[in-house]
Design a protein around this ligand. Sequence first.
Ligand SMILES: C[S@@+](CC[C@H](N)C(=O)[O-])C[C@H]1O[C@@H](n2cnc3c(N)ncnc32)[C@H](O)[C@@H]1O
Length: 297
Amino acid sequence: MKREHEFGRQTLETAIPPRPAPPAWDVGGSLDEAKLLDTQRAFDSVAADYDGPRGNNELIQRMRSTVWDSVCRELPSGGSLLDLGCGTGLDALEFARRGYQVVATDWSPQMVARTQVRAAAAGMEARVATEHLGIQQLDRLDDSFDGIYSNFGPLNCAPDLHVVAAECARLLRPGGRLMFSVIGRICPWELVHYVLRGRWRRAGVRAARGATAVGMNRHTIWTFYYTPREFYRAFAAHFELTSYRALGLFLPPPYLVDYYRRHRRYCAGLGWLDDRLGALPLLRGMGDHFLIVMRRR
Ligand SMILES: C[S@@+](CC[C@H](N)C(=O)[O-])C[C@H]1O[C@@H](n2cnc3c(N)ncnc32)[C@H](O)[C@@H]1O
């Protein structure tokens, strides 16, 4: 079986048959070490150009700036931030420039190396510390932070969100914030795009329960999909839900950036709708990603 899928900002090819689906209630079931290493190898293999034009396109940048604004609204400059799945360090460097102290972590050593180089090139090593650390290894950290953020889906690769929630609660000061952008389950654009092309299986990929094999660069990323409610459930014991909103609901998903470029004026209107309506009840539960903000109890 050959499927295509998009993880965050990359166009992906899935050639791996999914494992038998776990029961419908098993959202966020566990991943073994071998699968975590699959995901690590996948991201290592693309780290060199992951912030290039293909990866960091206009649609990604638009969502990224919504996340930046949200983090800055939630926490005053000067605070300490932990970045989970920092990738090449675009967010960590931006927050360092805005006056925050950032510890940037990632499960891919190649991504961590890219972040280190970026911080050094910007003369920001005093503000950005890097650590090769998976989200499943947060027990190895003992700092305390004002906020923890994660952008564009690293938490979709985490083996157990309940453990992540407990570790985040331990690492955050009272009243500290979690700000995560997560790949969502309900993306109407994607559904319509693939249904119109008769690609029913691809259209339904986000409906999968449990870890789904997603191909990238001939490697595999093991991915869980969530609605905001499913996601929050794992955090509810330690965190209040502050807000959530859609990212990329009216605008096409980032892998359809060519469509966006061909229809810029029309898409400017869609972007306006995203900004104005993306936080409304019902609509906020959809989109390519969602941005969720939680406060430590
Ligand atoms: C789509 S990229 C997003 C990168 C970055 N946050 C950004 O906004 O550009 C996903 C990142 O999550 C990282 N990742 C995947 N699984 C992870 C895990 N278990 N723990 C920590 N990072 C992980 C990958 O290495 C990759 O850098």
